[in-house]
Structure formats: C-alpha cells, structure tokens
Design a protein. Structure first.
Length: 599
C-alpha cells in the first residue's frame, strides 16, 4: 500500500478533552531601517561616502541595502560583522533595480524607493501576525483533531511530463489560474472548534454527499488514462517526495471534495474514518482576499505594477498565515528513543533497509523535522502539530482545493481535441502543446472561457516551442524567448544564465562569517526525474516522469534509479538547455506574459 502523507504515514489522532484557545501573536514593532548603499570599495549613507571597511566601526543599527550584491560586498569586506538586510529579498514585489558600481548612485536609488514605497513596506512576518490575530478573533478555539490536517497530504501539484516541444507541426499554450488560493479561500471550511472523529469502515457510494471534513481513504483500481498518466499522489522518501504507485492501493487523507473527484478515477474508494466538522464556516480572511484581489486589479488598470505585485504577494501570505506553527525541541539519550518519538508523534518511520547514515543525512537537513547528534545524546527539533498559534484545517484545505482546480483544468484542456499533451503543471499554471492545425481553434475555445475573474484563468503565452527541465525551470519560445523561469539562478534580463554567485553568512556566537557560494544549474537539478524516449518518428518526443515507488520497493532499487538519473537524465536535460541557448544565439529580454501571445 502506498502512503500519501506529510511524512511516511499517519499518526494516532491527538484527542484531548475540551478545546484549545487560539493564541494571538504579539504585535511586532516596525524596525526603522537605516539606508545604506555599497559598491566594491565604498559605502554611502545619510552621513556621506566612506571606505567600505568603515562599516565594521559603525553603530549597531538595522541597516538595509537595495540589492543583494551590495550586501554581499559589505559582508566580504567586513567579516565578523552582521551584514545588512536586503530590500529586494524582503520585499520581492518592489521594482527590480540592477546593481550599480557606484555607492552614491545606489544610495540615491535607495532613497527614491523609500520615498515612493516606504509606507507600504510591512515585513511579511508582521503582516501574517496581524492576519492571524484576525483569525483568532473570528474562530477563537480549535479541536485537537486539527492536527490531522497537518499530517495529511499537503503539497501542491508540481510536475513535468515532457522535456521539450520543438516540432514544427505543434504549438505551445500556457495558461495561469487567477488568484487561485484566494479563490479557494471563498469555499466552506469545517469549524475548527466543532471537529469530531467518526469511524466509517465502508465503501464510498458514487454520488454520495459527504459531510465537510477530512476522510482517511484507500483508493484502488485506477480506471482512467488521465489519472494514470498524470498521477498526482506523492509518497515520502528520504526527505523528498516520489510518485506513489497506483498498482497498489493508495492510503491517503482526502477532503470531501477530493473524495468526490477521485471517485471518478478509481473503481474503489474505501472510507476508513474521518474528522468531520458539524458546522461549516467561511474563512476569516475570505473578505480580505477579495479586497486584495480588487486592489490588485485596480493598480494594474492604472499601470502601477509594483503595488499590484504587492497585493499579489500579500494574497499569497494570506493563504498561509494560519500555518506557521511554533517549534519544539526534545532531547533523548540515544537514537532509538528519538526514532520511537518520531514514529509516534510524526509518522516518521525510515525504511527497514534504509542505511542509518542515509536516515541521519536527510533528518539532519529536513526543515519540518531536524535531528542532530552530539556527545550528550540526540536532539529533535520539530513543528508543534497541536500548537495554539496555528490552525491547519484552513491552510490544508486551500492547497487541496487548488490541486482539484488544477486537475480539473488539465482534464478540460485534454477534452478540447485530439493530440493534446500536458507538458508542465506548477501550482496554478498549465502548459500544453497541440497540433498546429487545431491549435488556433483550441486557443479560441479557451479564450471564450478565460477572464480576469478570481479563480478563472488567463493566457501566459502562445508560442511555437517549449523546454521544461523541472518545476520552476522552463523556456517558451518562437523566434525569441517569450517567457521563462529559472528558480534559484534566474535573471530577468538573461534567459540563459546558468550560474548564480552569492554570499551566505554563518553565525558562530556573535561572529558572522561570510562564505562565497556558487550555484550551477547542472548541480542544482533534481535527480528524481527520469527520461523516457518515445519513437524516433516525426511525432517522437522525450517524456519526463518522477521516480515511482511501491510499498515493497527496496531502498537500493530507488537509489539505483537516482544514480542513473544523475549520470544520464540530468546531462541530457542540460544538453537540451545548451542546445536551445545555441539556437537562440544572443539572448533577448523576455517579453511579458500578456504580450507574448498577442498579434
């Protein structure tokens, strides 16, 4: 049985008498930033221009630069001193400004940004704290059963099915769902204070109306080519997620609307038990989500892109501000005690044949649960699933509705005609290719359904070709690059940048040690995707697929596939990137998504 949970499997429901009072977060005082700019040899602030080494002697303040390059220059020239914060990191919606090798010019740009946008520069943490307090005022309490929503399937759909589409007889269309998560916030949610556990132990009846809640299901007998070709289920393996096999039953927690959807694609859906809410409520921030979307549209209509991007950024924060739990640290005398705690409390149970060194490696770097070893024993740092500062039912159902919206959109696209291929999906966007003879007709059909409404979709691009390396890395092009993304290495002015240089600071006591870091695309590519070469005929293409695991798959078998991908799949994907780079010659700035498909 494949298990689809946050970690390896479910845990015993935390059932405690009474309800937990949600705890507000303290208001954070807004830090007054001290503006400073730098080049390779000087720094400039309100007191004038000085050598860059003078930064180490300046008073302790909350310094901030405009660009990452300036902060890196200051860190390298002043080892041991805390480097400044960076506006473009803390507020990614600000208009992009390139690094200028003159600190005086950079300081003038920084002052201009502060003058224009200063009143809107609210830190993300402070914004989330304020919105969380609104949730507390509305809901006030939650049941301990809310923790089941924390351990449930919680990741969005991010997948790549095709390496590249470069046939002359096909076209590529990219569409994007407008404000998907804010739209998902408009649906009903079980009241966290009215959650109750119910044993069901029977098969789901097609068309049955289930109560609002989270159902533990066993799915078996996939009966549609869609679900087989676009399997969205993910199983936990060594800190990463692989595709869960549909050749065996799938054990997963699904919301009632997910049960209805997947019942169309599986012969058997067995309901084990459920956490049900007797009362359905609106999301406490649903109205705020609508307000942000309306403001974003207003700013866009007036050509104010930075503030429109700010409203989009805030809407993203809004959908997740209820899922920011505190952490706990627990110490154990030996590793066996720590493993037992992780299994009982988090459902983490490493594979029987998984080497101990491999377990230590991924547990040492996992963000949700981190395990460190010392002479004094084992220390486990993990999120608190029953934390009073979070309400997981809200965030989990938003992501779950987003998955269903995307899957339904993919099905709708495939139903538009013969020969359509879904190439790429990522959270709220779909890229697909279609035969050239039907692509215009498909485009017109979709255009008649597209709109700027929340939850509807819009076009990103309509191009001749596409290259998709992995989620967050793609290039759509005709005679030029029209739209692209390249996470962690991206450069808005250079579609083919393949290396990123930056500085990280490691803190040891009060010392901040700067370290130069370079990320090359080939080294940062995922080794979890395999390539499958189709026929060499005119319609041949290269498929991509995530490694699949069955419950009984041995650790060594999965590791062998990963090694093959490192040796073969990643180099072939990089070759495709280099081939496109050569084909395009000197890169041109990418066109906007709005302009890329318009005549």
């Amino acid at each position: 049985m494949s298990r689809v949970y946050r970690f390896h499997g479910p845990v015993q429901d935390r059932v405690s008498p009474g309800l937990t009072l949600l705890r507000k977060r303290k208001h954070r005082e807004t830090t007054q930033h001290h503006l400073i700019a730098a080049d390779e040899t000087t720094i400039t602030d309100a007191n004038g221009t000085r050598p860059i080494e003078a930064f180490r002697d300046m008073p302790e303040r909350s310094y901030v630069t405009l660009t990452r390059r300036e902060a890196d220059n200051m860190a390298l020239a002043n080892p041991g001193v805390r480097p400044p914060a960076v506006l473009e990191d803390e507020y990614p919606w600000l208009p992009s400004r390139s690094y200028v090798p003159d600190s005086r010019i950079g300081f003038a740009s920084l002052k201009e940004i502060q003058r224009k946008y200063g009143p809107t520069l609210e830190p993300a943490a402070a914004y989330c704290d304020r919105r969380w307090n609104t949730i507390c005022n509305s809901l006030r309490q939650k049941s301990s059963l809310d923790s089941r929503f924390y351990f449930a399937w919680h990741v969005p759909i991010q997948d790549v099915f095709v390496l590249e589409e470069r046939h002359a007889n096909r076209r590529v269309i990219a569409i994007d769902i407008n404000a998907m998560y804010p739209a998902c916030m408009q649906e009903g949610f079980p009241n966290p204070s009215s959650l109750r556990h119910e044993v069901i132990d029977r098969a789901y009846m097609p068309g049955e109306q289930l109560s609002c809640g989270l159902y533990r299901c066993r799915l078996s007998g996939p009966n549609s080519s869609f679900i087989k070709d676009h399997n969205p289920f993910r199983t936990f393996f060594c800190g990463r997620r692989l595709r869960a096999s549909l050749e065996e039953s799938v054990d997963v927690d699904l919301n009632e609307f997910e049960v209805r959807y997947f019942a169309r694609h599986f012969d058997h859906v067995y309901l084990v038990d459920a956490v049900i809410g007797d009362e359905v409520v609106s999301h406490p921030l649903a109205k705020e989500a609508r307000r942000l979307f309306a403001k974003r549209q207003s700013y866009r209509s007036h050509g104010n892109k930075p503030l429109a991007d700010r409203e989009k950024f805030c809407a993203t924060l809004l959908s997740s501000c209820s899922s920011r739990p505190e952490r706990q640290t627990v110490r154990f005398s030996d590793n066996l005690e720590a493993i037992a705690f992780l299994k009982d409390s988090y459902g983490i149970a490493p594979l029987a044949d998984e080497p101990h060194a491999a377990t230590e490696q991924w547990m040492g770097r996992n963000r949700g649960v981190a395990v460190t070893h010392s002479l004094n024993g084992v220390e486990v740092s993990a999120t608190l699933p029953d934390d009073r500062s979070s309400c997981f039912v809200l965030g989990q159902r938003i992501v779950a509705r987003g998955r269903i919206m995307l899957l339904e959109l993919m099905e709708k696209i495939l139903a538009l005609g013969e020969g359509i291929r879904i190439c790429y999906v990522n959270i709220d966007s779909v890229h697909f290719s279609a035969p050239i003879e039907s692509s215009d007709d498909i485009f017109e059909k979709l255009a008649s359904q597209a709109s700027n409404a929340m939850g509807s979709f819009k076009f990103e691009a309509y191009t001749h070709h596409g290259l998709w390396l992995e989620p967050g890395r793609y290039w759509l092009y005709s005679d030029r690059i029209e739209r692209f993304r390249n996470r962690s290495i991206g450069d808005a002015a250079n579609p083919f940048r393949d290396t990123s240089h930056y500085v990280v600071c490691r803190q040891i006591g009060d010392l901040h040690i700067p370290i130069r870091v370079s990320i090359r695309m080939a080294k940062s590519m995922s080794d979890l995707r395999s390539l499958d070469f189709d026929s060499d005929g005119p319609n041949g293409f290269v498929r991509q697929s995530l490694i699949e695991r069955r419950h009984e798959t041995k650790y060594s078998e999965t590791l062998a596939i990963i090694e093959i991908n490192r040796a073969k799949s990643i180099p072939l994907r990089i070759e495709a990137f280099e081939r496109l780079k050569t084909l395009m010659g000197e890169p041109c700035p990418a066109a906007s998504g709005q302009d890329s498909f318009q005549a």
